[in-house]
Design a protein around this ligand. Structure first.
Ligand code: COA
Length: 258
């Protein structure tokens, strides 16, 4: 892959979007390569968690590639949005935890990409926003929907309608990111969190992602039915027996993902 690099660090796959000359802007090829990286990671049993980050010093991802978008027609525009939505939905529903390590600008499609991840950790240098209206368009990779669900309609509309960028501390205050750390601590913090999650029962982690992500799109009673079903299903796993036995024996659990 040309624009996306992957590195498996002891079970944590670091996926780096690496087009620093364009501030890692998402052209069609990069979107395709992100899809490929996640497809491969899904079936790779050695991958227990994924960290998504941006190459270079300045940007996580500065948005969809404006030089490509500039030539879109109604037909190609719809297809472009649908493709991005599909790839980002696969990240949101990924069965292993996905952490965005936001190292700089996360604008437009970059902010939408971060929103599709399960957890967002930002460097103090990060700036986030959905500036699409200043280009005469709206977010097209799920941003209007995910931002409103995460922040509430009021704050989401303020950000989407003004197109303003906000810094990491404000992003933390409004709930757009989970945590803010010094730039030099970003990757270590993301890796520590990824490893902690990877040390838990993997089948339980997968079920928890499904319960939260699928459940949040259902009426609460249906979401709770899904929760109860997944809860019951986990009783069939060796990991459940191991987790509870380890607690009773006052030792650390050794989960096998079975
Ligand atoms: N698409 C394509 N190219 C982009 C890009 C994008 N979304 N964002 C940045 N780039 C390119 C710039 O054109 C520039 O290329 P050049 O060196 O060939 O001129 C390079 O990346 C560096 O960007 P530059 O604007 O010079 O950096 P800056 O530090 O002055 O500003 C930003 C940084 C992020 C504020 C600014 O690049 C920007 O506003 N980008 C667009 C953000 C956006 O609107 N995203 C939503 C797209 S839907």
């Amino acid at each position: 892959m040309e624009n996306v690099k992957t590195e498996n660090r002891d079970g944590v796959l670091v996926v780096t979007i690496d087009r620093p000359k364009s501030l890692n802007a998402l052209n069609a090829q990069t979107i395709e390569e992100i899809a490929e990286a996640f497809d491969a990671a899904k079936s790779d049993a050695s991958v227990k968690a994924v960290i998504l980050t941006g190459g270079g010093e300045k940007a996580f991802v500065a948005g969809a590639d404006i030089s490509e978008l500039a030539t879109m027609t109604p037909v190609t525009g719809k297809a472009t949005a649908e493709k991005g939505q599909k790839v980002f939905a696969a990240i949101e529903r990924f069965p292993k935890p996905v952490i965005a390590a936001i190292n700089g600008f996360a604008l437009g499609g970059g902010c939408e990409l971060a929103l599709a991840c399960h957890i967002r950790i930002a460097s103090q240098k990060a700036q986030l926003g959905l500036p699409e209206v200043s280009l005469g368009i709206i977010p097209g990779y799920g941003g209007t929907q995910r931002m409103a669900r995460l922040l509430g309609k009021g704050k989401a509309l303020e950000l989407i309608l003004t197109g303003d960028r906000i810094g990491a501390d404000e992003a933390l205050a409004v709930g757009l990111v989970n945590r803010v750390v010094a730039p030099e601590e970003l990757m270590a913090t993301a890796e520590a969190m990824a490893k902690k999650i990877a040390s838990r029962g993997q089948l339980a982690v997968r079920a928890a992602i499904e319960a939260v992500m699928s459940g949040s799109e259902m009426p609460q009673a249906e979401g709770q039915l899904l929760e109860a079903t997944l809860f019951g299903l986990l009783a069939s796993t060796d990991d459940m027996r191991e987790g509870m036995q380890a607690f009773l024996e006052k030792r650390a659990a050794n989960f096998q993902g079975k």
